[in-house]
Design a protein. Structure first.
Length: 388
């Protein structure tokens, strides 16, 4: 069996020669953690190695953050949101580097190189990605219904004119389903799940009132409705307008518009799907963050409850657990100490989500500082007992 030290040396050489950032766990074939290795390089200018070292550290930090985010979002997630990724996400996430230390450094000719190990605040980073709409809520996906018509010349076609017909999905519906599903949504297949009911005339109109859009959303039990129209104008351009509605709150969330020219000399049908995919991608990239923030805020209510940690042997042990709740458990808004006894401390928790979700996060977290048993008391409080 290969000597462990030899494996470690090989891992480090792999990082050095390929010039990218990996976590220790990923190098050894395990899922990436927030502990990341990264190499930074800078030129030594005017015989100033101190400045070169500072620049190399900054580059290594950025490289580490970039690689963590690419891992976290996946290659497809970065490709789909590349402009927002480089303009909005990267500049701010560097602030979420909790700590770093230099493993080794060396000046080679006119270049200064540093190898860092950095630690990312995963909770804060995930929160930023969620607010940006790049990663989604745990639990069930956001269910979305598409009410998007297709207009060409004087003709408008739309499925809700005859919902009983269970017609096949139109090209724009297929593209919308593909793009939004790729972003973590759950598109409604209205051809398979149309409710058996009477449809009043107002619901069959090509131009729906807001109340009728929301009514369609309720009929299909969706969280969100995307309502709009794609238009082909004189074989010269294709435009797409989308309006997003939150069904549960009964409000319009956002609206947006895109248009693209059709290349001269080519039949519009030859380009239609490609153009529609680009239009939907651009609009979804802007609409998705607003939808996720709105629906998540509506669904994920903040709950307050008390927990007691029993079996403590020191105050330091409690502080470790308190910091674990604050930093590592996504959704924890505050941790406030309420009562101290001989070998136990109670705290009031504000958590964005249900109690069972909170317990699941803690008991299944790979960073749990020590083994715990959980007991539900008669008063509805939560008791954690530290296993000896």
């Amino acid at each position: 069996m290969m000597n462990f030290k030899l494996i470690s040396v090989f891992s480090m050489l792999f990082v050095v020669f390929f010039g990218t950032a990996f976590s220790d766990a990923e190098i050894q074939g395990k899922p990436m953690t927030n502990k990341i290795l990264a190499i930074g390089t800078s030129s030594v200018v005017k015989g100033n190695p101190a400045l070169a070292k500072k620049t190399a550290i900054s580059k290594a930090l950025m490289k580490g953050v970039e690689n963590y985010l690419v891992y976290r979002l996946g290659s497809q997630g970065v490709v789909n949101n590349f402009q927002r990724f480089i303009e909005e996400i990267l500049p701010g996430v560097k602030e979420e580097v909790e700590s770093f230390h230099i493993l080794t450094e060396k000046q080679i000719g006119d270049e200064y190189k540093v190898l860092l190990q950095l630690s990312i605040n995963e909770k804060a980073t995930d929160e930023k990605l969620r607010e940006a709409g790049l990663i989604f809520m745990e639990g069930s996906s956001i269910k979305v219904l598409f009410l998007v018509s297709e207009a060409k010349d004087e003709t408008i076609s739309y499925w809700w004119e005859e919902p009983e017909a269970h017609s096949a999905l139109s090209p724009i519906e297929l593209v919308l389903s593909k793009v939004f599903q790729k972003r973590g949504f759950n598109p409604v297949n209205r051809a398979l799940s149309a409710p058996m009911t009477e449809y009043p005339k107002a619901l069959r109109s090509p131009e729906l009132e807001d109340a009728d859009v929301l009514r369609w959303g309720k009929l299909f039990s969706s969280d969100v409705v995307i309502y709009g129209q794609t238009s082909i104008v004189e074989e010269r351009e294709i435009s797409l307008t989308l309006n997003a509605f939150d069904v549960n709150q009964g409000v319009q969330i956002s609206q947006d518009y895109e248009v693209e020219q059709v290349e001269e000399g080519i039949e519009v049908n030859e380009q239609k799907i490609e153009i529609l995919e680009r239009l939907v991608d651009h609009l979804a990239e802007r609409l998705t963050p607003v939808i996720v923030r709105t629906v998540r805020h509506d669904h994920e209510k903040t709950h307050q409850f008390e927990i007691t940690l029993k079996g403590l042997t020191s105050l330091k042990q409690f502080r470790i657990f308190r910091d674990f709740l604050r930093k590592d458990i996504l959704g924890v808004r505050s941790v406030r100490q309420t009562r101290v006894r001989k070998n136990s401390i109670s705290v009031a928790i504000e958590f964005q989500g249900e109690r069972d979700k909170f317990l699941d996060y803690i008991l299944n977290h790979e960073g749990l500082p020590f083994p715990l048993n959980v007991v539900q008391t008669k008063e509805g409080k939560i008791l954690f007992r530290i296993e000896s």
